[in-house]
Design a protein around this ligand. Structure first.
Ligand SMILES: C[S@@+](CC[C@H](N)C(=O)[O-])C[C@H]1O[C@@H](n2cnc3c(N)ncnc32)[C@H](O)[C@@H]1O
Length: 224
């Protein structure tokens, strides 16, 4: 980020004032443990060009490098998990695009620094694809994307070894779920919605709107 403001008009129309690096780090330090947990999911609903998401990704990749730089295969698998856990929405298309490109640049730069010539182009292609799905242009108030369709996010879960399963969820249902969770049980204690208990997140989640068969993480584009 070079400046905190791009234009007066953008500030007036979209409240676009970027957060400086010192504040980003101070705020992320409040949840430091989560920023250093490789699979911990982050969603920024007004992500701009990615000041917060870029720092989260840098922190996660630093952990991946410290644990796995001696094994390029492991490094790439965990770096995929790190990038696939980061989500963003911005109402301005140029911001969403810049955010995606910035995050991709971090994945490429950090992986080349960590495992040098061993970086596989398929890993980088998969990271780019995931960022296209995870960083969207849309309205975080109406929960619609730039085409007017409901914002849908993909969950990428490692099922076994290198295999990743993609499930798509409506953002509106994920948010509603968060608030509705305490009223999930009727007076008898039985479930009153069709949500499922997810062992990974240890929470009730809505049904996926679409599921894909597991594929190797470097082949996630095949389902696209
Ligand atoms: C104050 S800036 C913060 C940007 C970034 N989070 C940061 O801290 O540097 C607010 C951002 O929200 C975006 N924005 C404004 N209204 C929005 C909406 N309804 N949905 C999604 N993004 C929105 C703007 O385009 C701008 O990038």
């Amino acid at each position: 980020m070079s400046a905190q403001v791009k234009s007066k008009q953008r500030v007036q129309e979209h409240g676009e004032v970027f957060t400086n690096e010192r504040e980003v780090n101070a705020m992320l330090d409040m949840v430091k443990q989560e920023t250093e947990r490789i699979e911990s999911r982050f969603l920024e609903p007004a992500c701009g060009d990615g000041n917060f998401l870029a720092e989260v990704l840098r922190r996660k990749l630093a952990v991946v490098a410290s644990l796995y730089r001696k094994s390029p295969t492991e490094y790439m698998r965990y770096a995929f998990v790190a990038v696939a856990s980061i989500y963003g929405v911005d109402i301005l298309e140029d911001n969403a695009r810049e955010c995606r490109e910035r995050l991709y640049g971090i994945v490429e730069g950090e992986s080349k620094a960590a495992i040098k010539g061993a970086v596989d182009s398929l890993f980088l292609d998969a990271a780019r694809y995931v960022l296209e799905k995870n960083i969207l242009c849309g309205d975080a108030l109406t929960l619609k994307d730039a085409s007017g369709d409901p914002i849908t996010f993909a969950e990428w879960s490692v099922v076994t070894g290198d295999k990743v399963k993609r499930r798509d969820y409506l953002l509106s249902e994920l948010l509603e779920g968060h608030n509705a969770q305490p009223s999930l049980f009727g007076e008898s204690g039985s479930m009153v919605t069709d949500w499922e208990y997810d062992e990974e997140t240890q929470a009730y989640i809505p049904s996926a709107v679409r599921e894909y068969p597991p594929v190797n993480y470097w082949e996630v584009q095949r389902n696209g």
